[in-house]
Design a protein around this ligand. Sequence first.
Ligand SMILES: *Cc1c(COP(=O)(O)O)cnc(C)c1O
Length: 365
Amino acid sequence: MSRPAYAEIDIAALKHNLSLVRKHAPQSKIISVVKANAYGHGAVNVAKALDADTDMMTVSCIEEAAALRKFGIKADILLLEGVFEAQELAECVRLKLDLVVHNSEQVEQLSNCKIDQTFNVWLKVDTGMHRLGILPEETQFFYKKLQNCSCVSTIRLMTHFSSADLLEHPINSIQIQRFSEQLREFERADIIVESSMANSAGILAWPQSHYDWVRPGIMLYGISPFAFQHEHAKALQAVMTLKSKVIAVREIAEGEIVGYGATWKANKPSRIATIAIGYGDGYPRNAKSGTPVLVNGQRAKLAGRVSMDLIGVDITDLDKVCVGDEVELWGKQLSVNEVANWADTIGYELVTRMPARVPRIYKNS
Ligand SMILES: *Cc1c(COP(=O)(O)O)cnc(C)c1O
């Protein structure tokens, strides 16, 4: 390896986090969310590690599903937005994919579908997020339409929380209530149907939303979905640790500046370490001066603007730091959510947009 920046991916931690999902939702089956390259962790390697232990996986599009099948993933795979056009249905059959159906157009596509094999479909109900899904009061109407499609076999119901991480927000109980009301209507009509609602925050904070299937994403990667300390998120183990090395150390006089735009100025004689990591490696450019960086396990502060390949860190108050010393940008010892907060974003975004140039190094213990 030449460039010292890399993302260590801890597969044992991933499996530990999956076991926490089972612990919190022991009655539910698990749909592991591996969309967007498994939130930047590498979909194929993550899916291989989860394949035997998850009940299903889910991705956002046919290309993501095809990549998993190509590498031998056996688990059922669900397409989270279904198909974007009817022509994709034949490929879905070939890849053995389950489909979300979230609007009347997709129901029509299945009604008109001439394929002589069948799909499992997940009818998505909009209980209040107002992003995808049919109206709650139309659930049975569309369910029956789907039952009449020759290419549809099992039909399940799902919905999605808008704000499960905000424990005090009234929208959560409204959504749970609307979904459970639909499920009661199905019971009254003697229709047995499986259902799914909870994402990571739902799994950890809303046990009444667990139903038959849960859909963990961020918690599998060991990142808390909450912006505050939550008792149930404590046991999560970070899967991605972004690391690099110190490649230069210098002393600067009081009044000297560091980095592009001269935004950081030394208010006393200072020592600056330059680290081989930058926004070209997924380190956020809008991280402010003061963002924590671990140098040899000691907390230091980002000094000045993030460059494409490099950052400066104020190590004036640290024990001796040398060229070649280890740096952790986030992961095991420094929460990605803490770093994200300094960059006005969330941990989800930082890991998901990790670019291809950063090698993922997988380790198993
Ligand atoms: C991404 C996604 C999830 C996972 O959400 P997390 O907050 O990462 O657990 C679950 N369900 C749907 C529909 C999603 O799009």
